[in-house]
Design a protein around this ligand. Structure first.
Ligand code: ADP
Ligand code: MG
Ligand code: ZN
Length: 505
């Protein structure tokens, strides 16, 4: 009896803490578009949103006899990615043909790197509630993108503008364990690569795409379970949700004593569920062979030096700069270096500030009121509030002319009205017009004080009998009547004066 109770208590505990029995193993394959502006083997220059099939030529359309010429810039950016992630760079690498037929692949093969990729090893640093970790990488290889199929009713159209766009594929070891870690990995990767100038990393425009591999195993097991691959998930949040779903599905199967089938799945954004696309065949023969139309990629010492010299400051260095120049510390320094755009915007705001106190107030307003609404990858976007207007709002707070809640409200109003040209003076005008400034002028305050005193005969009498605390009640009324804007010290002094006058009469 006693025995039974113990066991069922354990089972209940395990049920409550679903993570206890099983753990997930996750590996991500991330495709990143290199920011070269042109295709990898021809000089077509596609832009997002172009008319279909306008950025194409005989090479990227796979016309017989057209020969590929490798873009130097694509190689430089791939090497740059490798250096930024601490990879070993293969000084000699080469391209292979992956042969398969699909209508988005005009040549009937994809040029990629299998046997000798440009980079191996390296790691992506992540930070979660559990602390800091390094997620090791298997490899980074260069390849060309395929075209895009557009399904419309029961017909399918093809746009070859993306065919031949330069990509790197970054493959992690299966070392991620939770959806939270997978999301942190993607954000960290995005941050580093956008800083390094390797890619815009805009998931909504397809310049960063992610295949999610996941299996589940009994916790403590050293073997991997059978994995499923969720193809082409296109936002960090979707990666998190797809993983939650898929881990729950696989865990339920294992609990029920069933096996997980190796599948290729997709995430349905409308239902939030993952769906089976096909069973993963044990082995697909792509008939790989070395691409005969391209020489091996040989990186000279000079080339390596040039790539290193051209490397922009990476996020950790940028965070140190924010600390040194503007006193930004700890978590804020990391938040404010989430992308080059955020860092540049914050830097402009800090430069617009006239004192340390103003800068500190600006930092709080920036992190508290603006940061969440900023798309970190909005390269060249209009800022929500111009640096001088934000500095103006911060200045009002630093000088004690506005209470914190109203300073935030002012920033929100400026953000709504922003046309990119508002000045420091405009911020003050806005605050005046919207009645957000502290009432620190005796003439402006007097009517409120008089009304509150007149409405409180009891408190006035109490004060006359020596109960000084009675004044606080009147002050409370003044604060309420002014929407919290009254300067409390001045108001209290004026109440005292008014009440004493009354009691003397
Ligand atoms: P495949 O040959 O099926 O494409 P790879 O060995 O190329 O598999 O690995 C692809 C990705 O899947 C890598 O990111 C790797 O970390 C991950 N991966 C490999 N095995 C597992 C597993 N059992 N569970 C989860 N992820 C895995
Ligand atoms: Mg693979
Ligand atoms: Zn072309």
């Amino acid at each position: 009896m006693e025995q039974n109770r113990t066991i069922s208590a354990d089972v209940c505990a395990a049920e409550r803490d679903g993570a206890a029995e099983y753990e997930a193993v996750i590996g991500l394959e991330v495709h990143v578009e290199l920011k070269t502006g042109r295709k990898i083997f021809c000089s077509c220059r596609p832009k997002f949103g172009d008319e279909p099939n306008t950025a194409v030529c005989p090479v990227c359309l796979g016309m017989p006899g057209a020969l590929p010429v490798l873009s130097d810039e694509a190689v430089s950016l791939a090497v740059r990615a490798g250096l930024a992630l601490g990879c070993t760079i293969n000084r000699v690498s080469w391209f292979d043909r992956k042969n398969y037929y699909y209508p988005d692949l005009p040549k009937g093969y994809q040029i990629t790197q299998l046997e000798r990729p440009v980079c191996v090893g390296g790691a992506v640093p992540i930070e979660t509630r559990a602390g800091k970790r390094e997620i090791p990488l298997l490899r980074i290889h260069m390849e060309e993108d395929a075209g895009k199929l557009i399904h419309r009713g029961d017909e399918t159209l093809i746009d070859y503008n993306r065919a031949g766009v330069p990509l790197i594929e970054i493959v992690s070891e299966p070392e991620l364990r939770t959806p939270e870690e997978a999301k942190a990995y993607l954000n960290s990767l995005r941050r580093i690569l956008s800083y390094a100038g390797v890619s815009d990393c805009r998931m909504n425009e397809g310049s960063l795409r992610c295949d999610v591999n996941v299996s589940v195993r009994p916790r403590g097991s050293s073997e991997y379970g059978i994995k499923c691959e969720i193809k082409n998930v296109n936002s960090v949040n979707y990666v998190g949700r797809a993983l939650e779903e898929e881990i729950a599905r696989q865990t339920a199967l294992l609990r029920a004593g069933e096996e997980v089938e190796a599948q290729t799945r997709r995430f349905n954004e409308d239902t939030g569920k993952t769906e089976k696309m096909r069973v993963k065949e044990a082995f697909i023969d792509y008939r790989y062979f070395t691409e005969p139309n391209l020489p091996a990629v040989e990186l000279t010492d000079e080339w390596m030096r040039d790539v290193k010299d051209a490397m922009p400051p990476l996020p950790d260095e940028a965070a140190r700069t924010l600390t040194e120049r503007f006193g930004v510390k700890g978590e804020n320094a990391a938040l404010l270096t989430s992308s080059v755009f955020v860092t540049e915007y914050f830097t402009a705001c800090a430069e617009a500030c006239g004192s340390d106190a103003e800068r500190a107030a600006m930092e709080n307003l920036f992190v508290g009121e603006l940061l969440e609404g900023i798309d970190p990858d909005a390269v060249g976007a209009v800022v929500p509030v111009s640096p001088s207007a934000l500095a103006g709002a911060a200045g009002l707070f630093a000088e004690g002319k506005i209470v914190s809640g109203n300073a935030k409200k002012l920033v929100r109003l400026l953000a709504e009205a922003e046309d990119g040209t508002l000045t420091r003076e405009d911020a003050v005008l806005f605050a005046e017009r919207e009645n957000l400034l502290k009432l620190a002028d005796p003439d402006a305050l007097m009517p409120f004080v008089r009304d509150a005193v007149a409405a409180s005969p009891r408190a006035v009498a109490d004060y006359g009998r020596g109960k000084t605390a009675a004044l606080k009640q009147i002050l409370g009324q003044v604060m309420r009547a002014t929407g919290g804007r009254a300067d409390p010290i001045l108001a209290e002094k004026m109440i005292l004066g008014t009440v004493e006058d009354l009691n003397e009469k």
